[in-house]
Write a protein that binds this ligand. Sequence first.
Ligand SMILES: *Cc1c(COP(=O)(O)O)cnc(C)c1O
Length: 365
Amino acid sequence: MHVPFLDLHAQHQSLQPQLNETIQKVIEESAFIKGEGVQSFEASLSKYLGVEHSISCGNGTDALELVLDALNIGKGDEVLVPALSWISTSEVVATRGAKPVFIDTHPESNCIDPRKLPEKPSENTKALIAVHLYGHPAAMDLLSDYCQKHQLFLIEDAAQALGGKWQGQPLGSLATAATFSFFPSKNLGCMGDGGAIATNTRGLAEKCRKLANHGQSQRHHFELDGRNSRLDNLQAAILNLKLPHLNRWVQTRTKLALRYSEKLAHLGGLELPHLCEGHALHLYVIKTGRRNELKNFLDENGIQTLVHYPAPLPLAECYSEMGHSPEDFPIAVQTCKEALSLPLYPELTLPQQDYVIEKIETFFK
Ligand SMILES: *Cc1c(COP(=O)(O)O)cnc(C)c1O
């Protein structure tokens, strides 16, 4: 049996007639940029999240950049970020000319560990970016308290967590601003690149929108130095079609994740993800000291797995001048040695999942 890590084709097959119709309609209208579909998707996303404003943009990295720019974060500033994430989280800080200050992760949530935050952040610290890694909510209560106490902006990088909740509130509705990615493999993916910002602050929303559109609010009135970062109408139409299915997809992911956890619980030598209320598991990540061996074994048996991530952010080559060492981030370093992401997507069939489980059992027995 072959079990791919992800099967986007299966998802698209299930929506084929509607997708064809949607794409055909966009072609007929031929309004590819700033069409009605974009506005309608933004309105649907706001409604889904229960926020005042959603601003679509080119991708999830742009969304973070736009938020930082709108908050005037740049040269000389510092931003607290987790030591474990996709590179975008720290890259956007560095490319603004600001300094990412890396904080080790929590061994269970894999998100930024509030206990590791500096008692008093430096004077230059302006913001904290919380990542709901793998779809697991970050400790938003403690992080909010910290940011409030030290007057920092709190930004949610919710690229992996659309559809999740924290104490009943949608992830992406809990901070100054939140950012999303619609990269095809994310919980809600389009057929190319796409991203969005969500916020309840009108001024911030307007500024992000302006910055993403060459600094204009009206055509040819360039009020700010901006850029071009847009969600195109075709992607918006696809997202409009898919958004109503998101909750069902998240529920199926949750069911499959619980099923993995239940059936793998009896095995020694591996640590299962610490699932919590409200997670919208983007990835099902197990940890084991025999990670590479297990990965090879599963590979040989036709099961594709991935490593998220092979190294913590602060040890990336681009930050070598900062002089970090692995001892500074023991938890993130260990996670990178032990983490293995198993296939998890709504279209994963039970026989496929049973096969994965059976092979993992064989490996550990
Ligand atoms: C995917 C991702 C991003 C970036 O999104 P793109 O749309 O690929 O630019 C940012 N942060 C995290 C945590 C991500 O997983």
